[in-house]
Design a protein around this ligand. Structure first.
Ligand code: NAD
Length: 493
């Protein structure tokens, strides 16, 4: 019998009303390792009722008190580091070395950040005239729906939940159906830390049903969504029925541009991290590489050597740096892109075949795969692969490289590698993306805004900007004249 994980509604674990469950598979072994409640509309109604009941008291709780809940949760996350890391590795396949040392500590750090930054949130007094006080205040939106993807199951929910809770909203979270377990554990931890019943609810289940029902629900004031661009487009359509605001953190096809004056060894290190961290299942993963002709061969040879050294295999082994990808159909989709790349005439430089070792034969493994001399218009160079597969192109002129980088429907991130920082900054201004790194790729901090443009979405997660995403700015005008007649009344007289 596998363990059954209940949904989390009104401060406690609860079975789905239908009694149905979803199977959770360990992608390293292909074995079903747990069941999770398969929620439907009746479960959502229970969550909405709980969130509605909890709303007024939570909104009226001073921000300093709400912050303390997040700080306590941050320390409980670290006290439960091992359990959270093992859960995430089991449901997602991300190596334990990463979940222990990166995902879980960063979840704690992000809650600490939101706890602090919310206390510095201010309104404004606007100098419209001496006859009035004109001021803005920030109010919670009410019930917010947070829909999250599977690529960083814990981090992606903490980004949204921390910001939404500390600003006084009550939350209904729809975690990814293939990996909902860490989110359920985090809801328990927040409750233990003092989040009142009903402020954090988690409904597990398929996105097209329970996720879409959240978007339709008239009592949910806003949707914070991270996921695929196609899903984001669907959510925008459905949300339009209620003119419901949506924050959209969507896909990417991120350029990695190496200029002729770059430090090639540093760029190679950055390329390995940017392309293969989390098996490339990162919205901002380096995917399209534009390398100056004069250094292309040197870069390609060193990149292949460095990527060859990455140890992939059992994600529960601390020595493993690349685990499986998250589920079987995703592995199949990545392999279809590899087949497309081979057919397009690109040169296979590394990987490209399903590994068959004893450790990997039952799981969903894709090795680091590098193609050279790629066609910018090939399907695998235009669509998001979301796996450890990259393509290299040559360029001879910087303007050409910027044009190639911008030739995409996405606008999430890009990196530029050059020894000339001033040139890098000038070129960053020409790239249409939410983030441009110079001599780095992928690094994200709590303090810095995250979010794309074009089909990568809109709105921001992280940084103090996220506070605007989860609050209503209300203008309050107070007449100070004490006079019944105002000059502008004359227009009607
Ligand atoms: P997905 O769109 O398939 O699923 C995301 C979430 O939406 C899941 O919880 C899913 O169950 C739910 N969902 C699915 N259909 C829905 C619908 N019709 N209505 C409401 N909810 C629905 O995405 P995924 O495969 O889980 O995640 C990978 C994608 O996420 C990639 O495209 C990646 O680039 C993107 N992503 C973006 C960022 C960013 O910050 N821009 C960060 C991480 C991941």
């Amino acid at each position: 019998m596998t363990q059954v994980f209940q949904a989390f509604i009104d401060g406690q674990g609860t079975d789905s009303v239908s009694g149905e469950t979803l199977s959770i598979t360990n992608p390293a072994t292909g074995q079903v390792v747990a069941q999770a409640a398969k929620c439907g509309q009746p479960d959502l109604e229970k969550a909405v009722a709980a969130a509605e009941k909890a709303g007024p008291a939570w909104a009226a709780t001073p921000v300093g008190e709400r912050s303390k809940v997040l700080l306590k949760a941050a320390s409980l996350i670290m006290a439960n580091q091992q359990e959270l890391a093992e859960l995430e590795t089991m449901e997602h396949g991300s190596p334990i070395r990463k979940t222990m040392n990166f995902d879980v500590p960063l979840c704690a750090e992000q809650l600490e950040y939101f706890a602090g930054v919310a206390r510095a949130m201010t309104g404004e007094t606007l100098p419209v005239g001496p006859w009035c006080l004109s001021t803005t205040v920030r109010e919670p939106l009410g019930i917010v729906g947070l829909i999250t993807p599977w690529n960083f199951p814990a981090l992606m929910v903490v980004w949204k939940l921390g910001a939404a809770l500390v600003t006084g909203n009550t939350c209904i979270v729809k975690p990814p159906s293939i990996a909902p377990l860490t989110t359920l554990k985090l809801a328990e931890i927040l409750t233990e830390a003092g989040a009142p019943a009903g402020t954090v609810n988690v409904v597990t289940g398929p996105g097209e049903k329970i996720g879409e029902a959240m978007v339709r629900h008239p009592k949910i004031a806003k949707i914070g969504f991270t996921g695929d661009t196609a899903t984001g487009k669907r959510i925008m359509q459905v949300a339009s029925d209620h003119v419901k605001p949506v924050g959209l953190e969507l896909g990417g096809k991120n350029a990695f541009i190496v200029l002729d004056d770059a430090d090639v060894d540093a760029a190679v290190q950055g390329a390995v991290f940017g392309a293969f961290f989390n098996s490339g299942q990162v919205c901002a993963a380096a995917s399209r590489f534009y390398i100056h002709d004069s250094i292309y061969d040197d870069f390609a040879a060193k990149f292949v050597e460095a990527a060859k050294a990455l140890r992939f295999g059992d994600p529960m082994d601390m020595a493993t740096v690349i685990g499986p990808v998250a589920y079987a159909a995703h592995r199949d989709k990545i392999e279809a892109y590899i087949a497309d790349a081979k057919q397009s005439g690109a040169t296979l430089l590394l990987g490209g075949e399903r590994p068959q070792t004893e450790e990997t034969k039952d799981g969903y493994f894709v090795p680091p795969t590098i193609f050279g001399d790629c066609d910018q218009n090939a399907r695998f160079m235009r669509e998001e692969i979301f796996g450890p597969v990259v393509g290299l192109c040559r360029f001879s002129d910087t303007d050409e490289a910027i044009g190639l980088a911008n030739d995409t429907p996405f606008g999430l991130s890009a990196s530029l590698w050059t020894r000339d920082t001033a040139k890098g900054i000038a070129l960053a201004g020409q790239i249409k993306a939410g983030t441009v790194w110079i001599n780095e790729h992928l690094i994200i901090f709590c303090d810095t805004p995250w979010g794309g443009c074009k089909e990568s979405g809109w709105g921001k997660d992280l940084s103090k900007m996220v506070l605007e995403e989860y609050t209503l700015t209300k203008h309050i005008y107070v007449d100070l004249t004490g006079q019944p007649e105002k000059p502008w009344y004359g227009i009607l007289k």
